[in-house]
Design a protein around this ligand. Structure first.
Ligand code: FE2
Length: 233
């Protein structure tokens, strides 16, 4: 086993953080950090004995603040974010089809999957897809704020995620029910919002969810555009 995927959970925001490791090269990539879990993540990297190469965002989160900026300062890692997210402080702006390389020969593929937000991006690595808030386990991200668009989410899932091999493991950015992992094959057949539903009825469903505004959105979105940093440079 030369590669590892570690899933970490923040119970306050129900956010998953992922650490992808090339064990042979002792290098890692971290996806979707949480400010309050900075110490946990630094300690884990130290325990694993790995050098952090990239800190990556799936999108501009509205429900928690990222630790990406502090992780860059602490480890020297390069920050990367989807270019349409307005995270102008990120070192690398990722477009659809871009890749990040780490370790000896590891490649993280960026798949632009707009819908939850216009910049939302999923990442494919070794039969694993990190879906952010685009595709959740038996659910999907909301599309009613922050440049969200239900039709775009439907197209992203059907054209860019459900076309992956059925055994591709699905690792979302959140879960609220204690689930940890799914597969593309399972979601294609059993996702109650997306399986067997046509585009028009999906849009109708999503536009009538009437969810409350996230408590942290007014703080989290501007903070995340700045990689969670409160200082300028
Ligand atoms: Fe989100």
């Amino acid at each position: 086993m030369h590669d590892e995927l570690h899933q970490l959970f923040d119970p306050d925001s129900s956010t998953f953080t992922y650490v992808l490791v090339d064990r042979a090269a002792a290098e890692a990539v971290l996806v979707d950090s949480v400010a309050q879990r900075f110490d946990r993540d630094v300690a884990m990297l130290r325990r694993l004995g790995v050098t952090l190469r990239y800190v990556v965002e799936t999108h501009t989160h509205a429900d928690h603040v990222t630790a990406a900026g502090r992780l860059r300062e602490a480890t020297g890692a390069v920050t990367a974010a989807p270019f349409k997210c307005g995270i102008s402080r990120a070192d690398v702006q990722l477009a659809h089809g871009d890749t990040l390389q780490f370790g000896h020969a590891e490649v993280l593929h960026a798949i632009h999957t707009p819908g939850h937000t216009s910049g939302s991006t999923s990442y494919l690595w070794r039969g694993n897809v990190l879906t952010g808030d685009t595709l959740l386990i038996e659910g999907c991200g909301r599309t009613d704020f922050q440049s969200g668009d239900a039709g775009s989410l439907y197209d992203s899932v059907h054209e860019r995620l459900f076309t992956l091999p059925a055994d591709t493991r699905v690792w979302p950015a959140h879960d609220y029910k204690g689930n940890t992992v799914s597969t593309i094959g399972h979601e294609k057949l059993h996702n109650p919002r997306l399986a067997g539903r046509d585009r028009a009825s999906f849009i109708e469903l999503m536009n009538n969810l009437q969810l409350p505004k996230p408590k942290m959105i007014d703080i989290a979105v501007p903070a995340n555009r700045n990689l969670g940093l409160t200082h300028a440079a």
